[in-house]
Design a protein around this ligand. Structure first.
Ligand code: DP6
Length: 384
């Protein structure tokens, strides 16, 4: 019997992956860049057990048993096993997989990226595989390849039709820009959206703007973003981040039928960011939005207190602080100066437009948890 437990980070893209050139192999039409976020705040955790006694393969996700036949899971498993030493006796045994996220999937955060990165990383440990595995994680979910590394990561789209060169590389580790923080503003919203897989398929098929984005805009922007990160140039980083988010959502709207992931609250947060940056006379906060209405704010630690006081004024809540503020310890939350309210002509919305706020930072990549108390499965392969 062998058992392994690992954790892996979620990531937040600043140059977005939107559109595939191969649906099955999950090959993108453009490069993308993201930061992996601290696993102390949000992560996926996966335990795998393999034993000669297991009668079948099994898979549990967030407490629910899943079919083992999903093509994405099967593709990852096949690709990993192909790299393993045939002589490993346990390579031919059945496996039990149990995976969970320590954050609500309903929050609409990229849980599949962390989940598949964690699964592939854990399988690689189980079968003693060394070297590149991001191109295998990619076959579970495209953005998962970026969660194989910590810090700032670029997914190179690659040119090969079979995808061996479509892989992620770390640009710099997490401690390169230690002041960088994120506020994830989780928006109250119940409307069902297209999954990112479905949404980007519609965009790739029907939008003419997406071709211009993939061929002209992103190739230039991605180099500028890499430089902004290397030079810790927040002005340039912020401008590129916001423009790229807008560009992805413009392509969504250019799809037929049009796809709208952002709602009124996302739009009003975006307007607030622009208003605040104008007031500060420089770019001090940057928004970015994925395939849902939640709006993620990249900012330096020194800006968190000021910006949060504005967010709290404009989006009041009646939720207990311990429930509302999640993640890292926040600086003191203070009321907004009257003068700023006047200068910016701010007004408060009705209560409850935001569900909660997660405060986090850039963090490390996947790792093994050695403590046996961390395992999600028992020796017999069933969940604890
Ligand atoms: C908007 O990686 O979830 O978050 O490859 O179909 O699994 P699949 O899609 P997924 O797409 C993520 C899209 C995004 C932007 C990004 O993370 O770059």
């Amino acid at each position: 019997m062998k058992m392994i437990t690992c954790i892996a980070p979620i990531n937040m893209a600043v140059i977005k992956y939107w559109g595939k050139r191969d649906e099955e192999l999950i090959l993108p039409i453009n490069d993308s860049i993201s930061a992996s976020l601290s696993t102390d705040v949000m992560c996926a955790k996966t335990t795998i057990v393999t034993s000669a006694l297991l009668k079948e393969n099994k898979f549990w996700l967030n407490g629910q048993e899943q079919s083992f036949d999903s093509p994405r899971l099967t593709n990852c498993l096949r690709a990993i096993k192909k790299r393993a030493d045939e002589k490993l006796p346990h390579l031919h045994w059945n496996i039990s997989i149990c995976s969970e996220n320590n954050f609500p999937t309903a929050a609409g955060l990229a849980s599949s990226a962390a989940g598949y990165a964690c699964l592939v990383y854990a399988l690689a440990q189980l079968y003693n595989i060394e070297g590149e595995i991001s191109n295998i994680a990619r076959q579970g979910s495209g953005s998962a390849c970026r969660s194989i590394y910590g810090g700032w990561v670029r997914w190179h789209k690659g040119n090969s039709p079979v995808g061996e060169d479509s892989l992620a590389k770390q640009i710099v580790p997490a401690d390169h820009w230690p002041e960088m923080r994120l506020l994830v503003l989780v928006v109250n919203d119940t409307k069902k959206k297209y999954s990112s897989a479905k949404g980007m398929a519609i965009t790739t098929l029907t939008s003419s703007l997406i071709k211009y984005r993939a061929n002209e805009i992103v190739p230039r922007r991605i180099e500028a973003m890499e430089q902004a990160i290397l030079n810790k140039n927040f002005q340039s980083f912020a401008e590129l981040t916001m423009k790229d988010s807008n560009s992805m959502h413009a392509c969504c709207l250019d799809s037929f039928p049009p796809i709208a992931y952002m709602n009124e609250v996302s739009h009003s947060i975006i307007q607030l960011v622009h208003l605040y940056n104008d007031y500060k006379k420089e770019l001090t906060v940057a928004y970015t939005v994925d395939a849902g209405p939640n709006t993620c704010i990249y900012l330096l630690e020194s800006e968190v207190e000021d910006f949060l006081s504005i967010v709290n004024f404009v989006f009041p809540n009646n939720v207990d602080d311990n429930e509302y503020y999640r993640g890292l310890k926040l600086p003191s939350i203070r009321p907004l100066d009257e003068s700023i309210v006047k200068d910016l002509n701010l007004s408060a919305n009705k209560e409850g437009l935001l569900k909660y706020i997660i405060y986090t930072k850039v963090g490390e990549g996947p790792r093994v948890l050695d403590d046996s108390k961390e395992h999600l499965l028992q020796d017999d392969g069933l969940p604890k």
